[in-house]
Design a protein around this ligand. Structure first.
Ligand SMILES: [Zn+2]
Length: 85
């Protein structure tokens, strides 16, 4: 399985899904989340609103969440199902 990547709806992060093939007898899936950072890109309006809202309501910006679109969620489900077959 090739690694798959799913982008947050606001553009802040990417979720990667990798199948670990180092050990043959078990199936293991690695889910990793990477921040895009803001140094070399423009933040989307939606991303700015999310940050502001999170800070206003909780006092903290979030670093550990990703929101997938319905389309990408369906793709992720198919990817995970395929990976464990
Ligand atoms: Zn985001």
């Amino acid at each position: 399985m090739k690694d798959k990547f799913y982008k947050c709806v606001c553009g802040c992060k990417v979720l990667s899904v990798s199948k670990i093939t180092d050990y043959a007898e078990v199936t293991e899936i690695e889910l990793a989340m990477y921040g895009y950072g803001t140094g070399d890109r423009k933040t989307s309006f939606r991303e700015k609103i999310r940050w502001c809202w999170k800070i206003l309501t909780t006092g903290n910006g979030w670093e550990d969440e990703i929101i997938l679109s319905e389309k990408d969620t369906k793709k992720l489900i198919k990817t995970l199902e395929k990976a464990i077959k």
